[in-house]
Write a protein that binds this ligand. Structure first.
Ligand SMILES: Nc1nc2c(c(=O)[nH]1)N[C@H]1C(S)=C(S)[C@@H](COP(=O)(O)OP(=O)(O)OC[C@H]3O[C@@H](n4cnc5c(=O)[nH]c(N)nc54)[C@H](O)[C@@H]3O)O[C@H]1N2
Ligand SMILES: Nc1nc2c(c(=O)[nH]1)N[C@H]1C(S)=C(S)[C@@H](COP(=O)(O)OP(=O)(O)OC[C@H]3O[C@@H](n4cnc5c(=O)[nH]c(N)nc54)[C@H](O)[C@@H]3O)O[C@H]1N2
Ligand SMILES: [Mo]
Length: 768
């Protein structure tokens, strides 16, 4: 620690020493005994037997904690062991016995840690103390909380403009912490609140808001029991929303048909073996998808056009059989333009853009036409393209044609990512709040919030680059690894004067920093949160708009940890003191924070009472109740031209996706078990014909290049794997391939980085 050599900064995403990749046949069915064994394997290695049993028993129980894994809702009738493999891994990762304490930071310099992989960083354990990296220092040093808060407060107060700071949020934050945080940030004077949503479901929120009047899903879990057909588009629930598999299995057992649109044949969408069903185990699983459409990357808009074109043809042949004309006349607008666009769409263009035949699309149209009620589910495969909003609005068009809103078993289901990302938005984490929201917040909290919209993730990175932002604060998450164009973003962060991370675990954002950096370690979901009035619970909103409690019971990883609401209150009390308003006292009992939410956010009447109900309560949702909440009170049909990509010879369209063994930038392990790829994450899954055309063989080591708007990006040392993926498309893992995602390629209007449509060139690796 004594050496004070100037800090040699680290590369943003280190090429790892490649391990030999192991490949095997992809699994036949998701879930099953394998999932149970994997859960326990991770649990035991992170936290031993007793804690594993204790922890797993509390996940998603009414008196337990909300699983930090995903935002899929809990069934009303929970089993005493309501967990899934990846939920278990998320919990084990947080409840681990391993610690990143001040000794750890003395032993390892920031530069050395920069060469560790994301996997190694995450496995180091839980952060235990507030830490400071001084300007020019090589190591973090331990500080006490007061020093940390004072340092941050004086940096904030010294800014000549509040808009020179930005405040990121990742979606694990509770409603209570998120509400206090946005209140503090707005009282400070800015709406600069980029969040993980900007990179995730922003296209869904914007696309749905403009067409049906609410930026959220309209179905409930019960709708899955009542539906006749489910379209699952651009989503891999077997890995990312394993509890959704129970709902799909239930729907299937009730006779629903499932249509899947995905470039990869994801195992979880083919077959599912419920780990708690002996019948499933014996039969080898329930088969799920009835029609698997292996669409080309970003060919969905074309595919949906094809399906709708068939629907118009079928209606013409047999009027009244497919299209709900009464619904369209009474409840929608802009149908004529839409109809004209679809009727005039060109089949050869549809087939070549989607990579699917007219006949395959007819099968999908038949399933749709025969269903009285249809649900469309989606996730990142639709949102992370330049035409992300168009994709989502195309799903809305499809559903509007048959009148599939406001009736049982029908509607839109954008499946959210982080476990409280939806709640964060509801309580105000948004760089572009509506005037109605600000009016109500200002009235409830007695102040005038700033009206100018703030910066989302991509513009915030640009602003750091050009010196318009000098202080970056993050409530959770791992900004450098989650964002696009890693090298570019690293340069942006390094230009800041101060970067601050409120975190549970070590990650790369602690290593790519501004001149000065702070780490504030906080309690996780699983942990006991003791405040002066007693133990506290927090509240979260799931993917279907249900708000409910979450209470951790495990002993915290360190006595030093503070809760997120407390950390926010400590900062606010120093930076934005308000006469007669005691920020710190609010955190003595979180009921007081919930009272403020009730006073200033729509839909939270009787919050403290209703949230104590066993299953929580449902937020208002107009379209679910049959009312479109657009200005016109009608739903809008929209017209979308097909996206055109210029893909030169020897180039491919690349998606960046999650393996079965990671949670975003947290890498649980190196096994992408269902896909049969293991031991190494720097892989590129390619169509075998493309490999032949590019003279590449299995396991060749290659470099990947992207060129966009005059800049070249390179990701070195990836291993080629032949895989069942449409010709012209290829796949790599997030975050290793984020270096290749251009900062300036994002979805129109939602600004979501186009992480699923990156054009790359593949060349044999340079021998070093
Ligand atoms: N275990 C685990 N659970 C998670 C997460 C995690 O990392 N691990 N992350 C959480 C978060 S924040 C989120 S947002 C969700 C993400 O959940 P998902 O959206 O399921 O995650 P991804 O792996 O990004 O990819 C989605 C799927 O899209 C497909 N896809 C890619 N491009 C296209 C395309 O152009 N068209 C179509 N039709 N499909 C395409 C891919 O083949 C893949 O199956 O999961 C949440 N839950
Ligand atoms: N190329 C590419 N990039 C992507 C995506 C993609 O598909 N492809 N997906 C995008 C999506 S959908 C998302 S949502 C973002 C995710 O972006 P982020 O939310 O920023 O990233 P995570 O990896 O979820 O953050 C992990 C870190 O959160 C901290 N953490 C965990 N739990 C808690 C907690 O309870 N409190 C606090 N304060 N900290 C906690 C830990 O320190 C951990 O290291 O990434 C986006 N980036
Ligand atoms: Mo996400």
């Amino acid at each position: 620690m004594s050496d004070s050599k100037p800090l040699k900064r680290t590369i943003a995403q280190p090429p790892e020493k490649l391990c030999s990749v192991k490949t095997s046949c992809p699994s036949k069915s998701a879930g099953g005994l394998g999932a149970v064994l994997q859960s326990f394997k991770h649990g035991l290695s992170e936290m031993g037997l007793l804690r594993t049993l204790q922890t797993f028993r509390q996940v998603n129980q009414k008196e337990g904690f909300d699983c930090p894994g995903c935002a899929w809702p809990d069934p009303k009738h929970r089993s005493p062991f309501e967990f899934c493999e990846n939920g278990a891994k998320a919990v084990a990762e947080e409840a681990t016995y391993k610690r990143v304490d001040p000794n750890f930071f003395q032993r390892h310099s920031v530069e050395e840690l920069g060469h560790w992989t994301d996997y190694q960083l995450g496995k180091a354990g839980r952060l235990t103390h507030p830490m400071l990296l001084e300007k020019g220092a090589t190591h973090y040093r331990k500080i006490d909380w007061k020093e940390g808060f004072d340092l941050l407060a004086s940096a904030l107060l010294q800014l000549d403009d509040p808009n020179k700071a930005c405040f990121y949020t990742s979606g694990r934050t509770s409603n209570e912490a998120a509400f206090l945080y946005q209140l503090f940030v707005r009282r400070f004077g800015t709406n600069n609140m980029p969040d993980c949503s900007n990179m995730c479901h922003e296209s869904s929120g914007k696309g749905l808001g403009a067409t049906i009047g609410i930026g959220k899903g309209t179905v409930t879990l019960e709708d899955f029991d009542k539906t006749d057909a489910i379209f699952v588009i651009g989503q891999n629930p077997g890995t990312n929303h394993p509890r959704m598999m129970t709902a799909l299995r239930g729907a299937k057992k009730n006779g629903a048909k499932i249509v899947t649109m995905n470039p990869l044949k994801e195992v979880g969408l083919m077959s599912f073996t419920h780990p708690q069903s002996v019948g499933d185990m014996l039969s080898g699983g329930v088969s799920l998808t009835d029609l698997y459409l292996q669409v080309r990357i970003n060919g969905d808009l074309a595919a949906m056009k094809g399906i709708m074109k068939h629907l118009f043809d079928m209606e013409a042949q047999n009027p009244g059989s497919v299209i709900d004309t009464t619904f369209i006349q009474e409840r929608t607008l802009d149908f004529e333009n839409f109809e004209y666009d679809i009727r005039n769409a060109d089949w050869s263009e549809i087939e070549s853009d989607s990579g699917l035949s007219k006949a395959q699309l007819k099968e999908a149209a038949d399933i749709y036409a025969q269903a009285k009620s249809v649900i469309v589910c989606w996730a990142m495969g639709l949102t992370q393209h330049e035409n992300g909003i168009a994709n989502i609005q195309s799903c809305v068009n499809l559903l509007l044609l048959g009148g599939h809103f406001g009736r049982d078993g029908a509607g839109v289901c954008p499946v959210r990512g982080h476990s409280n990302v939806q709640g964060n938005r509801t309580v105000g984490i948004w760089e572009a709040p509506s005037d109605a929201f600000l009016d109500r917040l200002g009235k409830g909290m007695n102040f005038e919030p700033p009206r100018d919209h703030g910066l989302a993730v991509v513009p915030a990175i640009e602003a750091m680059h050009n010196g318009k932002i000098s202080l970056f604060f993050a409530l959770g998450g791992n900004f450098i690894s989650a964002t696009p164009d890693t090298e570019y973003t690293a340069q942006a962060l390094k230009k800041c004067k101060l970067t601050v991370q409120v975190s549970t675990k070590l990650n790369r954002s602690h290593l790519i920093t501004g001149d000065t950096a702070l780490i504030f370690p906080c309690l996780g979901r699983t942990e006991h949160d003791q405040q002066t009035s007693g133990p506290q619970f927090v509240t979260v909103e799931n993917s279907m708009g249900i708000v409910h409690r979450s209470q951790g019971r495990l002993t915290p990883a360190s006595k030093e940890l503070l809760s997120e609401p407390r950390i926010v209150a400590e900062i606010a009390s120093r930076v934005t003191p308000v006469e007669g308003f005691d920020w710190l006292a609010l955190t003595d009992n979180y009921d007081s924070i919930r009272d403020l939410i009730e006073a200033s956010i729509a839909g939270f009447e009787n919050y403290n009472k209703r949230v104590r109900h066993r299953d929580g309560f449902e937020l208002p949702n107009g379209p679910r109740e049959g009312r479109f909440t657009t200005k016109s009170t009608k739903a809008h049909f929209t017209v979308h031209p097909l996206p055109k990509h210029h893909i030169p010879k020897n180039h491919l369209m690349m998606m960046t996706m999650r393996s079965h063994d990671q949670y975003n930038t947290t890498i649980y392990g190196l096994e992408d078990r269902y896909r049969g790829v293991g031991a190494e994450r720097r892989v590129v899954l390619m169509n075998k014909e493309d490999m032949t055309e590019m003279s590449l063989s299995e396991r060749d080591v290659v470099d990947l290049f992207n060129r966009f708007n005059g800049r070249e990006r390179v990701a070195r040392l990836f291993v080629v794997i032949g895989y069942d993926i449409p010709k012209g498309s290829c796949a790599t893992y997030f975050p290793e391939a984020n270096v290749l995602v251009p900062i300036d390629k994002f979805a129109v209007k939602s600004l979501t980085p186009a992480s699923k449509s990156v054009v790359i060139e593949i060349r044999p690796a340079k021998k070093s």
